[in-house]
Design a protein around this ligand. Structure first.
Ligand code: CP
Length: 307
């Protein structure tokens, strides 16, 4: 029997129960098998999902779109750049009109902090957050958890090192919330100016890879979010690579069977070397990206699907 989630929307990680998370990950495993067997149940048949992205995206948007199509649903898109927002229409009025068309779900990415909660307060259908500002990116961390469990069979008790621009990373926020809920130990590794302003209490913070990578089972690399930084605060790419770039030598500090992850897009030669990114013995980066489809199918299925 399909688990009924305790939430009606996916806006952030904290409201999810451990049972909700297990249900999403189990359903994702089911969809991964059914994609291979070509036996995907069409649980979004007759449903229309509205995508609403005010920030660029490759992985999240396209994998959500693929997930809808694989489940037999249809897509409509609101594109701010060619919409009547350009004629001065407010976001709130826009949403009231779009809600009147009765979409079955909204998948949204927005540059404003907490925008998914605002949208959810104005519409009648489930809202799925595809990333808001530097706050949360819950579907990313669910696919990250799914990928870790595929390779390590668990999250409980693992040490997960997250390296990079923690100050501006919605992925880091969602991952810390999800991985700690599932019993992982977290090492956050960043230069002082990229450490989070509000330190989560249940994590360890390190200034250097040499200290922070010790004992890590998972090495999770983040991009510097230049688009969210004051220009004067943007580190020099070469200097950053010398101090924090993940090279094979630095990866060797972690456990010998550590896996490497990155949410993408990667800036090669800045936060990660080609050697590490493309090493099939440790890097899961492209498998992680591919898992976006079954995990997002699971999210859509459990929130919107007909069972
Ligand atoms: N990981 C991620 O959110 O990538 P996109 O910005 O391409 O969606």
């Amino acid at each position: 029997m399909t688990h009924i989630l305790s939430v009606k929307n996916l806006l952030d990680i904290p409201p999810l129960t451990v049972d909700d998370i297990a249900a999403i990950l189990d359903r994702a495993a089911f969809f991964k098998r059914s994609l291979i067997d070509k036996t995907v149940p069409q649980t979004l048949n007759g449903k229309v999902v509205l995508t609403l992205f005010t920030e660029n995206s490759t992985r999240t948007r396209n994998s959500f779109e693929m997930a809808v199509l694989r489940l037999g649903g249809k897509l409509m898109n609101w594109d701010e750049k060619i919409s009547s927002a350009q004629k001065g229409e407010t976001f709130s009025d826009t949403l009231r009109y779009l809600n009147g068309y009765q979409p079955d779900a909204i998948v949204m990415r927005h540059h404003e902090y907490n925008a998914p909660h605002y949208v959810q307060s104005l519409v009648d259908c489930p809202v799925i957050n595809a990333g808001d500002s530097y706050r949360e990116h819950p579907s990313q961390s669910l696919l990250d958890a799914f990928t870790i469990i595929e390779h390590k069979q668990r999250i409980q008790g693992l040490t997960i090192g997250i390296i990079g621009d923690l100050a501006h990373s919605r992925v880091a926020n969602s991952n810390v919330a999800l991985f700690t809920k599932l019993g992982a130990h977290i090492h956050l590794i960043a230069p002082k100016n990229l450490q989070p302003q509000k330190m989560p209490s249940n994590v360890k913070i390190f200034d250097t890879l040499e200290e922070g990578l010790k004992t890590c089972d998972v090495v999770y690399v983040l991009r510097i979010q230049k688009e969210r930084m004051d220009i004067s605060a943007i580190p020099d790419d070469t200097a950053y690579y010398h101090a924090y770039g993940l090279t094979p030598e630095r990866l060797a500090i972690a456990q010998h069977d550590a896996i490497v992850m990155h949410p993408g897009p990667m800036n090669r030669g800045v936060e990660i070397s080609d050697d590490v990114a493309d090493d099939p013995s440790q890097s899961l980066i492209f498998q992680q990206g591919a898992n976006g489809v079954p995990v997002r199918m699971a999210i859509l299925d459990l929130l919107v699907g007909a069972h």
